[in-house]
Design a protein around this ligand. Structure first.
Ligand SMILES: [Zn+2]
Length: 97
């Protein structure tokens, strides 16, 4: 069992978070998973859209190569680098927009 519970970050939503909206980011030397937010199933579309808006509004420094934010399965005790990206889920979610 997870050592602690994390919750959806949508205002007024009190459900447990199931997903992490994040993007792989690299400046050419270091690469990391940049977190945009945590959300539940019901808030997934909204959260992904908001993250992608933020991504497009963000100015880049030379050498920065961030990916577009995607959906990662939240797994307790796993390092960000080893989280699984849910590509099919992203396709389903963005197909409904
Ligand atoms: Zn939610």
């Amino acid at each position: 069992m997870p050592p602690y519970q994390v919750f959806c970050q949508t205002p007024d939503c009190k459900k447990p978070a199931q997903y992490k909206i994040a993007a792989r980011w690299s400046d050419g030397q270091v690469s990391e998973l940049k977190t945009y937010g945590l959300c539940c199933e019901a808030c997934l579309t909204k959260s992904l859209l908001r993250a992608r808006e933020r991504y497009r509004a963000c100015r880049l420094l030379p050498g920065e190569t961030p990916e577009e934010p995607g959906i990662y399965l939240l797994q307790h005790g796993k390092r960000d680098q080893s989280l699984q990206r849910l590509v099919e889920k992203e396709a389903t979610v963005t197909a409904n927009i």
